[in-house]
Every structure is written in structure tokens, then in C-alpha cells.
Ligand binder design. Sequence first.
Ligand SMILES: Nc1nc2c(c(=O)[nH]1)N[C@@H](CN(C=O)c1ccc(C(=O)N[C@@H](CCC(=O)O)C(=O)O)cc1)CN2
Length: 295
Amino acid sequence: MSAKIISGTETAKEIREELKAEVAELKEKHNVVPGLVTILVGEDPASQSYVAAKNKTAHALGIHSEQVTLPAETSEEELLSLVDKYNNDDKIHGILVQLPLPKHIDESKVLYAIDPDKDVDGFHPVNVGKMVLGEQCFLPCTPHGVLELLTRAGVETSGAEVVVVGRSNIVGKPVANLMLQKREGGNATVTLCHTRTRDMTFHTKRADILIVAAGVANMIKGDQVKEGVVVIDVGVNRVGMSESGKAILAGDVEFDSVKEKAAAITPVPGGVGPMTITMLMKNTVQAAKQFAGLA
Ligand SMILES: Nc1nc2c(c(=O)[nH]1)N[C@@H](CN(C=O)c1ccc(C(=O)N[C@@H](CCC(=O)O)C(=O)O)cc1)CN2
């Protein structure tokens, strides 16, 4: 079997077209322009490129976006006061603080300072709590993107054995939670594996849908999955540099061996990554609608 490729690039393009039309209608009918601020602290090259991509996408969709770039030495206090400023800026409906932050800044303190109504990353405990309860809230972008990819690829999740590898707050825990909820794209039987899992292959081989977000390049190989599995690879690992100076990327799944057994698989790059940025745009539009009383 050679797998169908689930293209995040294509799906993201489709959703961005929908969003572009929605943004135009918001402006035309209600004079509402969604606004996003991205805050980058330091000079991590990957973060720089993600933030640039977020602003470029926002611009292409007609979303007002502002980028604030701060030096790595910025104090926690300075960052908190910037967040406070944007909490009180009516042009800005979504605040994104790019992670990771430099070590001297308490990430939780900063994320908890964002107004939950502007928390388009879905990382504030109010939104995390609402997500767990299945209430309307901002869903974290990568897990939300994974759900959209599965739904739009027509993958049946109800009753499926879903195995998630990785228990981060950004991906593993929320995606596992969303997949088990009583909702479209959920209703699965979920197993969450992590670094202390005793027999990883026992679990991954049982998966109808395998979601890997471990941050370890090529960790899952072909002999660890069953025939017909649907594989969502969340990993974006920089494993080298091309002659032209471009980063060489690998997922957490060994693509060549796994695709021979899978029914469908996401590539890296071009899989979950583009969906993360697209779902951020979707959340920003939602935030603007809520602010304007249109949601
Ligand atoms: N505040 C946040 N910080 C971080 C998040 C997040 O959701 N919110 N997630 C990650 C990084 N991330 C978004 O910020 C992100 C990662 C990867 C991609 C992406 O499009 N990847 C491409 C490859 C791009 C490349 O060449 O590196 C792909 O997979 O095709 C987008 C966003 C951590 N921080």
C-alpha cells in the first residue's frame, strides 16, 4: 500500500480562501477589520520565520496585523506591560506571544496575562478549561489544525483507536482531549503515549489514527504501525542545512517506511505546519466577531 498524502498546504489554502471572503464581508457589512498582534522576543530563526509567516498570511487575508520584535534581554515586566497595552487596544482582537520565550521570562505568567477574549493561541487556562469542558472557546491552533485536516480528508474518528505520541501542553494533551470529545472529529478511543510509556510499539501498532508530536526526528518507523493507519505527523525537526542554506526538515515519523503501510499520511513540510498558521487566522476572525457582538 502507498499512502494518500494529506496535504496541509492544500487544505490550508482552501480554509484561507473561506477566511478571506469572511474578512471581506465583515469589513463591507459591519466595518469590522480583525486585528492581530504578534510579539516576538529574541532572535530564534525558526520563531522569526513563523512570526513572519503569520503576519504575511494575516496581510493576505485582509487582517490588520502588527508585529512587535523585542530583544532577548527584554524583562518579564516589560513584556507584561506590552501585553496589557494590547489587552486594552480595541483595534487588536488577537494577541500572540511567540513561544518559546527566553529562559528568564516565566512563560505561564505571560500567557495568563493575555485577556482570554484575545487569546487566539488558546493557551490561557480559561480557554484550556473551556476546551476540556467542550464549551465554545479558542482552540489551540495545531490541535485544531489536526482536527480540520482529518475532517476535511474524510477520516472517520468516531469509535476509532487514536494513539497520540507526546504530551505537550501545546499539542499532545489538547489533541488527545479534542479527539475524545462528543463532537464532530471526536468520539475516538484515545491513548496518550509519552517518554515513560513502557512499550510504545504495542500502542502505535493498535492505532487506526496515529498522531505524533514528540519532537524527535524520524522516531516512528514503518514496523511500528499497522496496515491502513492514518498518520498525522506534527513534528518539524531541523535535521541539517542544504547547500543553499535552507533548513532540511524531518517529521517525527519516518515518512518513507511508514507511507508504505499507511492509508494516508501528512508530509513534513506541508502537513500540519501550514494548518497551525491558518487556524490562528480563523481564531483571530472569531475574536473580532465576538468583540463586535457578531459571533
Ligand atoms: N505562540 C505560539 N508559539 C508556538 C506555536 C504556536 O502555535 N503558538 N507553535 C510552534 C511553532 N509554530 C507556530 O508558531 C509553527 C510551526 C511550524 C509551522 C510551519 O508552517 N511549518 C512548515 C515548515 C516551515 C519551515 O520551513 O520551518 C511545515 O511544516 O510545512 C508553522 C508554525 C511553536 N511555537
